[in-house]
Design a protein around this ligand. Structure first.
Ligand SMILES: Nc1nc2c(c(=O)[nH]1)N[C@H]1C(S)=C(S)[C@@H](COP(=O)(O)OP(=O)(O)OC[C@H]3O[C@@H](n4cnc5c(N)ncnc54)[C@H](O)[C@@H]3O)O[C@H]1N2
Ligand code: MOO
Length: 416
């Protein structure tokens, strides 16, 4: 049976980079940059004041107590002007008059005389003033032609602020991957508004995958529930191919039972199987294949096998398809010993929080049979284990959702 690392390697070798498309900056949230954003201008674009006060030419330095005639006033939005070698009243954000190199805050001056219109005419410095004091220089944040944001960055609100400041109206982003979701099982009731018939269960894998893919910026082009026959599954796969799905993700019918037809159906369709069964828990019966250009993830139907398949197989492939570097894992200290069957990599739902010692601490949630969904709903992280470990051992952890680098706190404190 193939191990997790080899299975992931086989998948990543098949992952194709998605094309780039142009996108308005305002619509880029959650999309991944396909190319570096090169700054079209200096930011700030001109030298300006960081304080309300007076702009002066300090040269070397201006001594405390020196007096200066004030020639004019410069506010944010005013065009460039020549200082004519005198001091200027200046507002925060205003362009520095030519010939001046420093700003003294108004509260560090004494007003000695006013013009007839009440504007300042003469000031005295209460402190020594050094050149460059309280001036924000052009290009000191981002220089023109410098890389402002790197390709592979997932655009968040902080990036939108920088793009807007640079006047970047359009960015090149990776086109959203198209994903088809096919849930198998005649026991599944896909309509949550309907009562359950005898033997039925509500299908939770389909809504979960649709929500998780939407959160990952993928476009779910089909989401179908089919019965336990190969014919309906094959027809659904063909519809997914006609919809040009990049990924086809099925759940169920991939294990050892009489109705586990997915492996044979995929072979009949001409799929090239990359692996079937991986040394992990949960999710061992997982199968992955190539069907033409489409990657097929045939996940076991058990809900936690689906969650693991998405988090640890599909999500890394999506990152590679978008040109993103592999996600890193974090180290946390376990608060209690854990038993994990040797030879299998175990993925366990946990709450991970920073402790007062500055380290991350992981609490593995109780009752983690793969059919149980409640611990998943209470967790904020996954713990990776490959054998028995004592309490206080350091273990690898990742955020519960793909793309999360920090551990959210979207659960009540009582969940522990
Ligand atoms: N003899 C063996 N039996 C099983 C083995 C094995 O090695 N030998 N492996 C077990 C493991 S591990 C898993 S995981 C499951 C995987 O089975 P399938 O992929 O064939 O999945 P199903 O049998 O169709 O479903 C499993 C389970 O999940 C429920 N399910 C299915 N789809 C959904 C859905 N959309 N929403 C909610 N729940 C769903 C389904 O009703 C079953 O309870 O096989 C073990 N058996
Ligand atoms: O692979 Mo499983 O252990 O029932 O999810």
């Amino acid at each position: 049976m193939i191990g997790y690392d080899d299975a992931l390697f086989a998948l990543l070798q098949q992952a194709r980079r998605l094309d780039a498309v142009s996108c308005a900056t305002a619509d880029a949230l959650g999309k991944v940059l396909a190319a570096d954003v090169v700054s079209p201008m200096d930011l700030p674009s001109f030298d300006h004041s960081a304080m309300d006060g007076y702009a002066l030419h300090a040269g070397q330095t201006l001594a405390e107590g020196t007096e200066h005639a004030v020639h004019g006033s410069q506010a944010a939005g005013d065009a460039s002007c020549n200082s004519q070698g005198m001091a200027w009243e200046i507002m925060t954000g205003a362009r520095l008059p030519e010939g001046l190199d420093s700003v003294v805050p108004v509260e560090r001056t004494e007003l000695l005389a006013r013009q007839d219109d009440g504007s300042p005419a003469r000031i005295r410095l209460l402190d020594t003033l050094n050149p460059k004091a309280n001036v924000r220089y052009a290009g000191s944040d981002v220089a023109k032609a410098a890389v402002a944001i790197q390709a592979g960055t997932s655009v968040e609100a902080n990036h939108v602020m920088l793009l807007a400041a640079l006047g970047v109206a359009q960015v090149q982003v990776v086109r959203p991957p198209r994903v088809a979701v096919i849930c198998t099982g005649k026991e599944l009731q896909a309509d949550l508004a309907q009562p359950l018939a005898d033997g039925q269960i509500y299908g939770s894998n389909g809504p979960y995958l649709a929500a998780a893919f939407a959160a990952m910026g993928a476009q779910v082009c089909c989401c179908e529930t089919v019965d336990d026959t190969s014919a309906t599954f094959v027809a659904a796969v063909q519809r997914a191919r006609e919809a040009a799905a990049d990924l086809i993700v099925s759940t169920g019918a991939v294990s050892m039972g009489r109705y586990d037809f997915v492996p044979d159906a995929l072979l009949e369709l001409g799929a090239q199987v990359l692996f079937h069964k991986v040394a992990i828990r949960p999710g061992k019966p997982q199968l992955a294949a190539m069907l033409g250009d489409a990657m097929v993830f045939a996940l076991p139907g058990t809900p936690m096998a689906v969650a693991v398949g998405l988090r640890f197989f599909v999500a890394p492939v999506l990152r590679a398809m978008r040109g993103q570097v592999p996600e890193r894992t974090w180290q946390a200290v376990l608060d209690a010993p854990q038993q994990a069957k040797g030879g299998l990599l175990h993925f366990l739902c946990a709450t991970v929080m920073p402790g007062s010692d500055g380290r991350l601490h992981a609490h593995v949630l109780a009752q983690q049979q793969p059919f149980r969904i409640q611990p998943f709903a209470q967790a904020n992280a996954w713990v990776l284990l490959s054998g028995d470990v004592p309490g206080d051992a350091r273990v690898e952890v990742v955020g519960l959702q793909p793309e999360t680098l920090v551990f959210g706190q979207n659960h009540p404190a009582g969940a522990r």
